[in-house]
Design a protein around this ligand. Structure first.
Ligand code: NAD
Length: 349
């Protein structure tokens, strides 16, 4: 039976959810607040078409929980929150702007109980629209310009990949490392460019086929149809698109040693799928650890720091990934178990 609003909310361990229906567009708005005790819940706003509204709610609940773990692993005093705009069809032009303005007013009406930023399906330009009607948008600089988190997240993922290949493959650099990247958007594209500069051998895929083919042509990389990226022969598979893509049907197809990418909630069922990956000899770097570069920058930015200063902060992601992998090895557990324990320790304290 597919989940319903009731079953999802009954089993969720977070605090509260605001459910709002935007009547002019038929959009369902879900603002999930997983934890408020550590601090104000902060998390991105996702805009996506779902098969059913309950799928959007499920995404919001899981993403908010992931944000709580992400902040905890970063050691920042923020609560886990996330918003999902489950749109009935892709929104463009005036309809999109008007929807964002109405949503921004809703966020403002919460009086600071939730602060947001960009996520899958939303852009820095969307955040500028929100900022017209609410103060609770992060990434807005003192001069009013909007900072794009994607390049920071990508740089953090690149640092994380560097750490995991050192730990697992005993490699000192990324020269010749074979990386398959799924999703070439705000994070995937800058990640691919960083890896290319470091000499990695890349295979690219995106559901927007032209995006993959154009980038592959420009960088002299390979591109494959979206469904074939799982069986690309590679050292590292980097999921940078949607969640739930690691599951009993895709894990047997993988031909990599490591999974390390930016997508949130990569594991369809975390415990089951992380053990399945371990049994296949694949090291999975927990998504909420390796994709925290943008959150780290946004959670600590003052509004005046320069781009290089901000970018330098993302090096911390590489250190955290290394610590978690070492802890997992010492305790003979999966990196996911080590990351959860670390986050829970912080949340408890
Ligand atoms: P985006 O919307 O800019 O890009 C996503 C890309 O993935 C698009 O090019 C889309 O066409 C492609 N795509 C979608 N489904 C696909 C599929 N099944 N196979 C292949 N390609 C597919 O999103 P983004 O901001 O780059 O975020 C990517 C992922 O990283 C998301 O899961 C997001 O939650 C996560 N994330 C993003 C940030 C950030 O700073 N933007 C931070 C942390 C985590």
């Amino acid at each position: 039976m597919p989940p319903t609003f009731e079953t999802l909310l009954e089993t969720w361990t977070g605090e509260s959810v605001l459910i709002h229906r935007d009547r002019p567009t038929g959009t369902w708005v879900f603002i999930a607040l997983y934890s408020t005790r550590p601090g104000t819940p902060m998390g991105g706003t996702r805009m996506r078409v779902y098969d059913r509204p309950a799928d959007g709610l499920r995404d919001a609940l899981r993403l908010a929980e992931g944000m709580a773990y992400k902040w905890a692993c970063l050691g920042l005093e923020k609560g886990g929150g996330k918003a999902v705009l489950a749109v009935p069809e892709p929104m463009r032009g005036k309809a999109r702007r008007d929807l964002l303005l109405r949503y921004g007013k809703l966020v403002e009406s919460l009086g600071g109980a939730f602060a947001t930023g960009e996520d899958l399906g939303t852009t820095p330009a969307d955040m500028a629209v929100l900022h017209e009607v609410t103060r609770y948008v992060h990434g807005i600089r003192e001069d009013g310009r909007v900072t794009d988190p994607g390049p920071f997240t990508a740089n953090g993922v690149a640092h994380g990949i560097r750490s995991v290949v050192t730990e697992v493959l005993d490699r000192r650099d990324l020269e010749g490392l074979r990386v398959a990247v799924q999703g070439l958007g705000d994070v995937g594209e800058p990640l691919v460019r960083i890896l290319h500069r470091k000499g990695a051998d890349l295979t690219l895929a995106d559901v927007e086929v032209d995006r993959a083919e154009d980038l592959a042509r420009e960088l002299g990389a390979a591109s494959v149809p979206a469904a074939e990226i799982y069986c690309a022969d590679c050292d590292v598979f980097a999921p940078c698109a949607v969640g739930g893509i690691l599951n009993p049907s895709t894990i047997p197809q993988l031909r990599c040693r490591i999974v390390a990418g930016s997508a949130n909630n990569q594991l369809e069922v975390p415990d089951r799928d992380s053990l399945h990956l371990r049994d296949r000899g694949i090291v999975y770097v927990p998504d909420f650890v390796i994709n925290a570069g943008g959150a780290l920058v946004f959670g600590t930015m003052t509004g005046t720091d320069g781009p290089e200063e901000l970018m330098a902060k993302t090096e911390a992601i590489g250190f955290t990934v290394r610590e978690i992998l070492r802890e997992a090895r010492e305790r003979e557990e999966t990196p996911l178990e080590a990351a959860f324990r670390r986050a829970e320790r912080v949340l408890r304290d």
